[in-house]
Structures are given as C-alpha cells and as structure tokens.
Design a protein around this ligand. Structure first.
Ligand code: AMP
Ligand code: MG
Length: 425
C-alpha cells in the first residue's frame, strides 16, 4: 500500500532577497526578535520525493500521513490464555474447552459456543464468540477444561480493532520530522512509502588564514580548524546531507570563487569566522555586495554578530569564529532556520527547571547560554565563559539559558537547563 502523494510536486520558490533584513536600531536585537524573524520570513526550499519508510528517519513530512488500515485490524488477545464470552462472575469458574486453538497468524476457523472457552495466544484474532481472555497464569487447565477465579470484566486482556489507530485517521502531520518510532507507527498502519522533503544539502565552510587541519604541520601562528568537523557532525545529526566545503583563506576573490561553487551544490551554506565588520571579515564584506546582506547584532552571549544573506539565491549563515559561539549560534539560530528550510515545523528547544549548583550575576539586556551539566541533581556550569574554550562544550551535556533581564543566581535557584539532546545533538 502506498501513501497518496502529489504526482508532480513543484519545487518551492527560492527565498526572498530581503528575508534576512530586520529593522535594526541602535540597540542589540533580542534573541526572541531574531528567532521570530527567522520563523516568519523563511520557508521550505527543498523539493518533495516519495521514499520507502525504512529510509525515512529524520525526514520532514511533505503532507499528512493517513492510516491505510486500522491498528489492530481486528480484535485480538493481549496475553496468552483462554478466550470465552465474558464477563465471568465472582467466584470459582469451570469452563469446558473446545478442541483447537487460536494463535497469531493462525486464526481459529469457526465460532466458540457460549459457555465454552478456547486456548488463545497473544496477538491471535479473537474467534467469533470470544470477547474476553483469562491470563494463562491464573488458570488450571486440562485437555478439556479450565478452572479459574472470577470476576473478570468483559473485554479483559483483549484489544479492540482500531484502538490504536483507525483507518483514515491523520496519524502524523505534515512538517513533522520522522522519528524511528514513527517508522513503526506508519508500518503498523500499512504505509510502505511516504512523501517527504528531499534532504537539505548543507555546506559547511571554515574561514581564516590562521586555520590548519589537524594532522598537518602548524606553526605558532596557526590553530586547528575545530568548527568544521563539529558543525559537519551537528548538521549530519540533524538529518541533512552534509557537504564539507573545506577552508577558505582570508582572501576575497578566493572566498568568492568558493561561494560560487558551493552555491551550486548546496541548499544552505553555514560558514564560521569572518562574520563581523573588521578588515579581515571577508564573509560579511562579500555578502554586503549581494543586496541581501544582514548583520544581526544579537543581544546574546556567547555570539557576536551573525552575518546572513543569499549568495546566488543560496542562503548563507555566517556564524562567529569562536567555537563556542559558533556552536551556540548554530543551536539557537541555524537549527530552527534549517528546520524550516528543510520543510519542518518551528521548534523551540525544550528545557527543564533544575536547581543551580553555581553563583552568577548577569547584566540586563542580553540572553546568556552557559555550558552546563547535571551533577547530583543540580546543574553546574563550566568554570570559564571564554567562547574559545571548546573543551567546555565536551565537558557539558547541555546549556543553561538565562533570560534577558539582569539576574543573580545563587545555589538552589531554579534555572532552565536544555540538554544537548533537545537540540538533537
Ligand atoms: P573571526 O570571527 O574570524 O574573527 O574568528 C574569531 C576567533 O575564532 C578567532 O580567534 C579565530 O581564530 C577563531 N576561529 C575562527 N574559525 C575557527 C575554526 N574553524 N576553528 C577554531 N577556531 C576558529
Ligand atoms: Mg577570521
């Protein structure tokens, strides 16, 4: 059976040239304003394809999924035992057995007469005349009869047809990202193929003359490129088709040529470094000439400006170069933006209030994300807030989010902890 799908789905239109342009005042933009802008201005950019459910994990549904068959399709036994017409009254019961049995995939043909019982196994369809099952462990049985203690309600240990899903029900909504559980749900409802968005092709680019690849020679002026393997793995975990675009030097013509190539192969480009407004911030400088450029000064720590724009219609997210800032900006902005462009729904990361194990006083007017982990039921933060200290991301199992107003945290105060798992890391 196949899910219905549009036979000739059109590819969605590219993003508008001004999709990243946001009214900017003298003040820094709150995280919420920036997020709302992405939510409202971006749209799905990947086309639609129909694929087998087995390869659909992490894909975004292009349309609602409708159950092709009820689950279970017929009433059946929830346990191994003996089936009969219920209820059974209070007190000791003795019921004669019919010959034969009902097992999963091996139905009993015929009806069980009233006042008689039949051997039945888990998953077997209830034969005609049976609506109740007594658990095998509660029964003394011989070849010809069973004895047990009542009462037993009508319908005990039996599953109704369609109690889980009914044919024709919408079981999963469009834009939902399929989980491994969803593959089981769709299979149970008789669905073998599903219409999903094509995998977003996400290019990851590092920029900076100082960068070298680990394993190659580096002198004191060089640092190893930490962002690229990290961001490639992040995007891969989100279910995208990752294209490693390598490293660009701080050289405008070379970066331009790399962006031209990248825009042909990618739906989205995520770069790190060179995103501010300094002499060596070539990513910003090049995007500036496209007419689509926006430099978002976000009231957030860590994270300096985010450079965004379209390069030949391909959206570019210019993340800060410092690894911690690059990671946090990827989680807070690139993740929801990519989800929308990949055909997904808007999703806020789920966080939990956990008592703090730390002391901190923060300024008014910016949101802060601290590397954090749970220790003995309390949340502890990394000893340093330096945004170059990438090892703190390895130490952490999530982020503490402190809201925009000034705040003094003392041990025992409840703070919002977002496990990395809730960013799908
Ligand atoms: P930028 O935003 O280019 O000014 O870079 C800010 C800081 O992040 C500088 O100290 C860079 O050396 C560092 N940085 C930039 N890109 C990377 C990278 N891919 N891996 C590690 N550090 C980086
Ligand atoms: Mg740089």
């Amino acid at each position: 059976m196949k899910a219905q799908s549009n036979p000739h789905p059109l590819n969605p239109p590219p993003l508008r040239n001004d999709c990243f342009t946001m009214p900017q005042g003298a003040h820094w933009t709150p995280v919420e304003t920036a997020s709302n802008h992405l939510r409202d201005q971006l749209s799905a950019i990947s086309g639609v394809e129909t694929i087998p459910i087995a390869s659909a994990a992490k894909r975004f549904l292009a349309q609602d999924v409708i159950a092709l068959r009820s689950h279970p399709p017929a009433p059946n036994a929830a346990v191994d035992g003996y089936g009969f017409a219920g209820p059974a009254p209070d007190g000791p019961q003795q019921i004669p057995l019919v010959a034969g049995r009902a097992a999963a995939g091996q139905p009993y043909i015929g009806a069980v007469p009233k006042g008689q019982a039949i051997r039945i196994l888990t998953g077997a369809n209830l034969p005609e005349g049976v609506d109740t099952v007594v658990l095998q462990e509660d029964v003394n049985a011989s070849e010809t009869q069973i004895a047990f203690h009542g009462p037993l309600k009508r319908g005990a240990n039996a599953r109704n047809a369609g109690e889980d899903m009914k044919q024709g029900d919408v079981i999963l909504p469009a834009n939902h990202q399929l989980t491994s559980a969803d593959l089981g749900t769709m299979a149970a409802a008789g669905i073998s193929e599903v219409a999903v968005r094509k995998r977003l092709r996400v290019g990851i680019l590092s920029t900076g003359d100082e960068l070298r690849d680990p394993g190659t020679n580096a002198d004191v002026g060089h640092i190893f490129d930490a962002n690229r393997p990290m961001l490639c793995a992040v995007a891969d975990g989100w279910g995208y088709d990752v294209i490693d675009l390598g490293r660009a030097p701080d050289d405008r013509p070379k970066l331009r040529a790399m962006l031209d190539e990248a825009a042909k192969q990618c739906d989205v480009i995520i770069s790190s470094g060179g995103a501010s407004a300094g002499d060596e911030d070539h990513m910003s400088a090049l995007l500036q000439d496209t007419g689509s450029f926006a430099l978002w000064r976000i009231a957030m720590k860590p994270g300096r400006p985010l450079a965004m724009g379209l390069w030949n219609d391909t959206p570019v997210f210019g993340l800060p170069g410092n690894p911690v800032a690059a990671m946090v900006c990827a989680l807070i902005f690139a993740r929801p933006a990519l989800r929308i462009m990949a055909g997904g729904d808007w999703q806020e990361p789920e966080g939990y209030l956990v008592p703090a194990a730390f002391t901190k006083s923060k300024k008014d007017g910016r949101r802060e994300y601290l590397r954090a982990r749970i220790e003995n039921g309390h949340v502890q933060v990394f000893a340093s807030e330096g945004s170059g200290r990438v090892s703190g991301l390895s130490w952490a199992t999530g982020l503490v989010e402190l809201g925009d107003p000034a705040q003094k945290v003392v041990p025992g105060d409840l703070v919002r902890f977002i496990p990395f798992g809730n960013f799908a890391l």
